[in-house]
Design a protein around this ligand. Structure first.
Ligand SMILES: *Cc1c(COP(=O)(O)O)cnc(C)c1O
Length: 414
């Protein structure tokens, strides 16, 4: 029999679950695109995109597109063909962005940290020290690599660039982490940030963002593309130029609602704390499952290097694929496929997305389905995973609210 009739649940690292409020806000006729409400609404969304990225000093741009679009937009505005960039690899998405840059003519060098660890700032510093001529114009990195679930320490990477006395710009892909993990573009000395709407920002896929800091603006290059060019998008003479064409009106309404929920209702620091708490419940469950025969294990051993938005789980061969098929067919829960560079990863890796519009019952429900699937498939696993997840939720829920830290009071790293 099937137990899947009810609300379908995507527990994958994007698209995340969109709140009904966001969907309702999008469900409307297209408004006047020449004047009136949409223009003011877009300005308020741009202002809140600055707030959500801690980027008051940066200029945001909105592109119709997914994360790959924003990857390309960031690259072509900052790096000219033949210029050198150093891309940090901690999974699949860092190399993916590097490949986009390579196709745009950039001379990209990969600094590879493997699939099971965050980037080591010391290795970055050493590599930059060796670049005496300062040929490397930019360091490109993801904050969270959504394939490995590694989380890079962005302030430590900035500190490594500074310790080497190197002038490289720091470009950070926050597509998976924005609205899920702490990120402070200005305070952390990030020059270019890249994001998209369908993960922590809780809006159906369709728009993506770049934020250009002052140095990136001052040192930008000819974008060699009228469409990606920051020029008219950032400083439009008429509204139409903001999107190099027709505006994504319904997405602006949806984003307006999502940003209000994140920034004005829950509060960004509470959003980060909620993601940390729910991630902790996932880790506790996986550790319990893996206690017997190690049939399941967290891909990232070091808790400080783990994403709060997605968890990658290693299993015995075929277990991941069978579990995903079982949960989708029998329960309506979609789990994330394994991504590690070859089709084999899909058989022994799976991912749980825990980003965006997610509360404890949604997450505990997903963990309960995984427990049921392991039992149904006869996969040996440790007992007590749901007890551990419930305990993690109970402890987080009874913790005192985090003290609010004013953004201005944080030391600038740059
Ligand atoms: C999802 C993701 C991307 C790609 O975004 P798309 O919308 O699928 O193009 C890039 N980088 C990271 C870190 C991501 O999580």
């Amino acid at each position: 029999m099937s137990l899947s009739h009810g609300r379908e649940h995507l527990a994958i690292p994007g698209p995340s679950v969109a709140p009904d409020r966001v969907l309702r806000a999008m469900h409307r006729a297209s408004p006047n695109i020449y004047e009136g409400e949409l223009i003011a609404l877009t300005d308020s969304v741009l202002a809140d995109l600055r707030r959500v990225a801690g980027a008051e000093g940066a200029e945001p741009a909105i592109y119709l597109g997914n994360g790959h679009a924003a990857w390309e937009a960031a690259v072509v505005n900052v790096l000219a063909p033949g210029e050198r960039a150093l891309a940090l690899a901690t999974g699949r998405f860092g190399p993916g962005w590097a490949e986009v840059a390579r196709r745009a003519g950039v001379d990209v060098e990969l600094l590879d940290f493997g699939f099971r660890a965050a980037a080591d700032p010391q290795r970055l510093e050493d590599r930059l020290r060796a670049d005496r001529a300062g040929a490397i114009r930019a360091v490109m990195t993801v904050q969270t690599d959504t394939a490995s679930a590694a989380r890079n320490d962005v302030p430590a990477l900035r500190a490594a660039i500074d310790a080497a006395g190197h002038p490289a710009l720091l470009m950070v892909d926050c597509i998976a982490s924005l609205g899920s993990e702490e990120f402070r573009m200005d305070a952390w000395g990030v020059d270019v940030t890249v994001g998209a709407c369908q993960k922590g920002l809780m809006t159906p896929a369709g728009v993506a963002f770049t934020w250009a800091g002052p140095r990136a603006m001052a040192e930008r290059v000819d974008a060699r593309s009228a469409y990606w060019d920051w020029g008219p998008r950032l400083h439009p003479e008429i509204f139409y130029q903001r999107f190099a064409g027709t505006p994504p009106s319904q997405h602006i309404y949806g984003l307006r609602e999502a940003l209000t929920m994140i920034l004005d209702e829950e509060g960004i620091e509470a959003v980060w704390a909620r993601h940390a708490a729910l991630a902790g419940a996932v880790w506790a469950a996986v550790e319990a499952w893996g206690a017997r025969d190690a049939a399941l294990a967290l891909n990232i051993a070091d808790p400080a290097a783990r994403s709060h938005a997605v968890t990658t789980i290693r299993t015995a061969p075929e277990v991941a694929a069978r579990l995903r098929r079982w949960s989708a067919a029998k329960t309506g829960l979609t789990l994330g496929v394994g991504l590690a560079g070859g089709p084999a990863a899909q058989h022994d890796l799976f991912r749980i997305g825990h980003m965006g519009h997610l509360n404890a019952p949604m997450l505990l429900g997903a963990l309960g389905v995984i427990e049921a699937g392991l039992t149904a498939l006869g996969v040996p696993h440790g007992a007590g995973a749901l007890d551990e997840a419930a305990r993690a939720v109970a402890e987080a829920a009874s913790a005192a609210p985090r003290e609010t830290i004013a953004l201005e009071s944080l030391p600038s790293v740059g």
